[in-house]
Design a protein around this ligand. Structure first.
Ligand code: SF4
Length: 366
């Protein structure tokens, strides 16, 4: 198993060495599964555009696969369609249907999983590990009248919480003070599931542009399996696992790669916020995009509370007002008093207002 130190050493390598190592990982994967046994998972974003460029330099006929969730910027879909040999998949449910059935994707995937599980436990009147992770003590559970499991089970919960990175009392108010559900299932339904069906039907394994720096979950997966997860249940190659966003931007700039127009241009930004076409050798000078910096699903709220500067929703309001209206507008209470999307819109303004009442007016800006 690779260590955190190894990951940091790899992350600090120069771009040319990273490209060489990435090509090595791709070669290993394709030597094992064959060119007909793999595909590139292509989102139309800058990371997977770089990946596809590298892979197709080595193996021009590799298939790319794009999941059209209906949540991408229109520019991303057009960009994807400009490539040859891209298979387009569609999920079984629409985004509004996923939210209606399970809840909105707020905070983060792992946190949403805990919040969803804990709210379900409350509804069932049963104390659970999820509730303990959210800061509901055994005493409090007894006071609320929740049914407690055996002592042995409670000891297991306590031990699990001691070692868990995901204990999050900060989000305890979300158990009682919001009138909408939060859930982690959207990605599974909208993106992963269509890919798994494709993999199964076509006997193919993916090559993706996932990077360890993107999230704790991705770093944990890299530390478990490295770039090529031959041993994992779902076989996956992440040959850019040790890249950083700066590497991706540098690759695009250095090799003159065309990326989706929604990003704008790639420029250098100094620590004083000045923008230049070329690097001024300022150590704090960083590459950035002049328009969107992320192009995932436009309505996704995962991680929105972490944003500094202009938020994704403030930007969406300016660049895609129609999509913004749909995202923030609409919504109504169902017969159980839960806020849900309607055909007029997803009703996210209401959810954000609820969250901002708890965590402050700037928790999520829209
Ligand atoms: S990125 Fe967000 S909106 Fe897109 S599928 Fe995943 S959870 Fe859903």
């Amino acid at each position: 198993m690779p260590s955190k130190d190894e990951l940091r050493i790899l992350q600090a390598l120069d771009l040319e060495t990273k490209i060489m190592k990435t090509k090595q990982r791709i070669r290993e994967w394709i030597n094992y599964y064959g060119t007909d046994g793999v595909y590139v998972s292509f989102s139309g974003g800058k990371d997977s555009t770089v990946l596809l460029h590298i892979v197709r330099q080595m193996y021009p006929d590799i298939e790319a696969v794009f999941v059209d969730t209906g949540l991408e910027y229109p520019e991303i879909r057009s960009f994807v369609k400009s490539f040859d040999n891209v298979t387009i998949l569609r999920p079984k449910m629409r985004f509004d249907e996923v939210i209606r059935q399970y809840g909105y994707p707020f905070i983060g995937k792992k946190q949403a999983d805990t919040i969803h599980g804990a709210r379900n436990s409350l509804r069932k009147g049963v104390y659970s590990l999820r509730l303990m992770e959210m800061g509901i003590s055994i005493e409090e559970a007894t006071e609320i009248g929740l049914k407690l499991p055996s002592e042995e089970m409670l000891n297991r919960y306590t031990a699990a919480c001691k070692n868990s990175k995901y204990v999050m009392p900060k989000y305890k108010p979300l158990l009682f003070e919001i009138d909408f559900d939060i859930s982690p299932y959207c990605c599974n339904i909208m993106k992963k599931s269509p890919m798994y069906v494709f993999q199964k039907q076509n006997h193919k394994v993916p090559i993706t542009a996932q990077m360890a720096e993107e999230s704790m979950l991705r770093e944990a997966a890299w530390l478990k399996y490295g770039c090529n997860a031959f041993e994992a249940k779902h076989k996956i190659s992440n040959p850019m696992g040790f890249w950083t966003e700066q590497d991706v931007l540098l690759y695009i700039k250095r090799y003159g790669l065309t990326i989706a127009s929604v990003y704008g241009d790639i420029v250098y930004k100094t620590r004083f916020g000045l923008i230049y076409e070329d690097c001024l050798c300022d150590t704090d000078c960083k590459l950035c995009t002049t328009a969107c910096d992320r192009t995932g699903c436009v309505y996704c709220s995962f991680g929105a509370q972490e944003e500094k500067g202009e938020s994704r929703f403030e930007r969406l309001k300016k660049t895609h007002p129609r999509q913004y209206e749909y995202c923030m507008g609409g919504g109504a209470y169902d017969t159980d008093g839960l806020w849900k999307p309607t055909k007029e819109g997803l009703g996210m303004a209401h959810c954000i207002d609820e969250l901002n009442k708890i965590y402050g007016p700037n928790f999520i800006r829209y």
